[in-house]
Design a protein around this ligand. Structure first.
Ligand code: HEC
Length: 125
C-alpha cells in the first residue's frame, strides 16, 4: 500500500536521524522493545488520532474511541485482554479478530509499528 511505503520511508528517515550519537546496542534494544518516539509519529500516521485522545500527540482529541491516557496502568485492553505488551501489539494489529463488534478497524499495522506505538502508550501512566 502506498501509505505504508510513505510511512516506512518517513520513519526510516526519523530512525536515521535519531541514530546519531547512539550506540548500536541501544538501537538494537529499541528494536526489541519498541521506540516510543517512533511510536508517537506512527500514532499520527495511522490516524489513531481520529478516534482517540492520546496525551502528548498533536490532534489526538477525538472521543470516538476511549481516551488512551494512563494506558500503562489499565488492567484490561478493550475490556477483555489482560494488559500485557504482547496483547497490546495483538490488539493494535488485529482488533477485529479479537472483538469483531468493536468500532476499531484493522488498520494494516505492521509488527514494528505496533511495538513502537505500544512503547509510546506505555509511557502514559
Ligand atoms: C474508527 C475509530 C478508531 C480508530 C481509527 C482507532 N481506534 Fe482504537 N479503539 C476504538 C474503539 C471504538 C475502541 C474500544 C474498543 C472496545 O472496547 O471494543 C478502541 C480501543 C483501543 C484501545 C484499548 C483502549 C482501552 O481503554 O482498553 C487501544 C489501546 C487503542 N484503541 C489504540 C488505537 C491505536 C494505537 C490506533 C491506531 C493504530 C487506533 N486505536 C485506531 C476506535 C478506534
Amino acid at each position: 500500500m502506498q501509505l505504508d511505503k510513505t510511512i516506512a520511508v518517513f520513519l526510516g528517515m526519523l530512525a536515521g536521524l535519531s541514530a546519531h550519537g547512539h550506540e548500536s546496542s541501544t538501537a538494537a534494544m529499541q528494536e526489541m522493545e519498541g521506540d516510543p518516539q517512533r511510536g508517537k509519529v506512527a500514532l499520527q500516521q495511522y490516524a489513531c488520532t481520529g478516534c482517540h485522545v492520546i496525551p502528548g500527540v498533536v490532534g489526538a482529541n477525538s472521543l470516538v474511541g476511549p481516551p488512551l491516557d494512563r494506558m500503562a496502568k489499565r488492567v484490561y485492553i478493550a475490556g477483555s485482554l489482560p494488559n500485557t505488551p504482547e496483547n497490546m501489539i495483538r490488539w493494535l494489529r488485529h482488533p477485529q479478530e479479537i472483538a469483531s463488534l468493536s468500532a476499531m478497524p484493522d488498520l494494516g499495522v505492521n509488527e514494528r509499528d505496533a511495538r513502537d506505538m505500544a512503547a509510546y502508550l506505555y509511557t502514559l501512566d
